[in-house]
Write a protein that binds this ligand. Structure first.
Ligand code: GUN
Length: 284
């Protein structure tokens, strides 16, 4: 069993982004800029945005966070996004999800300029991913594919089972695996007999948000297990969706929580923002 070290790989990618950022600045005078929209005071969202901002600082990016109260109007957020779309110093726009109930999230995601959509949530980029074309790809599943690359894991022809069908994780994860020629199955809350499906997995990827959803008897011997869940246990500890201690000995590779997929999400956000800045520098 080998532990996939997302922290080390994330740091390696961040270093590479920082050096390419310095190069971009020298050659074009352009500094990558990321604008984050944070609505309300959900502690998890605040923590994620804080980590993203620190990562931008480490990479040498310009970043700005638009913090808005929980009861903000749809129109006020739309105005901010339009402003960021028009601001030449901004290369990437990230709307931290989830948003309060009164807000139409889809409408906001569709308002983000596709060439600043570093989260890859705009239907334009979703469609390009589904078709196997270049575009911005959601950071978390993109980070998982980077892990496979780093550890020489070839997904082609393997049975990949994705548990969770969210727009942020499960669906783009399935699209990336399919584009990489894996045989892909997607399970979700209405899936009957989850274990029957997970036992087929050469590669099992889980992003649901349920502590200990995946137990030892649900995993095939020698499987690769990617835990995309992040939950706060009663003890206060961060844990994933996989019963790690009991599942890990059965696997060939496994990602820990924390220190697995999480740091990769941030690294890929930096990578996507740098890519956006490089494209915008060429267009200028
Ligand atoms: N909320 C949970 N994960 C994400 C993410 O990757 N991007 C954004 N914008 N919001 C999130």
């Amino acid at each position: 069993m080998q532990i996939i070290d997302g922290k080390a790989l994330g740091q390696k990618i961040e270093k590479n982004v920082a050096s390419q950022t310095a190069e971009l600045k020298t050659q074009t005078g352009r500094t990558p800029g990321l604008a984050v929209v944070l609505v309300g005071s959900d502690p998890a969202s605040q923590a994620y945005v804080g980590m993203k901002k620190k990562a931008c600082d480490r990479a040498g990016f310009y970043s700005i966070t638009h913090e808005m109260p929980e009861d903000i109007s749809q129109e006020a957020i739309e105005n901010t996004i339009t402003m960021m779309n028009d601001n030449p110093n901004i290369d990437g726009i990230l709307i931290q999800l989830p948003l309060p109930k009164q807000i139409d999230t889809t409408k906001l995601l569709e308002l983000v300029a596709p060439n600043k959509d570093v989260d890859g949530f705009h239907p334009f980029n979703v469609g390009r991913l589904a078709t196997g074309l270049d575009g911005f790809v959601p950071c978390t599943p993109l980070g998982v594919m980077e892990m496979f690359k780093e550890y020489d894991i070839d997904v082609k022809g393997k049975n990949a089972v994705v548990v969770g069908a969210s727009n942020i994780v499960g669906k783009p994860m399935a699209a990336l695996l399919l584009n990489a020629e894996a045989t892909v199955e997607v399970c979700h809350i209405y899936t009957d007999d989850l274990k029957k499906h997970t036992l087929n997995a050469d590669i099992l990827l889980v992003g649901v948000g349920v502590i200990n959803l995946i137990k030892e008897d649900m995993v095939k011997e020698g499987a690769i297990v990617i835990d995309i869940g992040i939950n706060r246990a009663d003890s206060g500890k961060l844990v994933g969706d996989v019963d790690y201690d009991n599942v890990a000995p059965k696997t060939s590779y496994i990602t820990p929580v924390p220190g697995g997929v999480g740091p990769m999400t941030i690294a890929m956000l930096l990578q996507n923002t740098l890519t956006a800045a490089q494209i915008h520098a060429k267009e200028a």
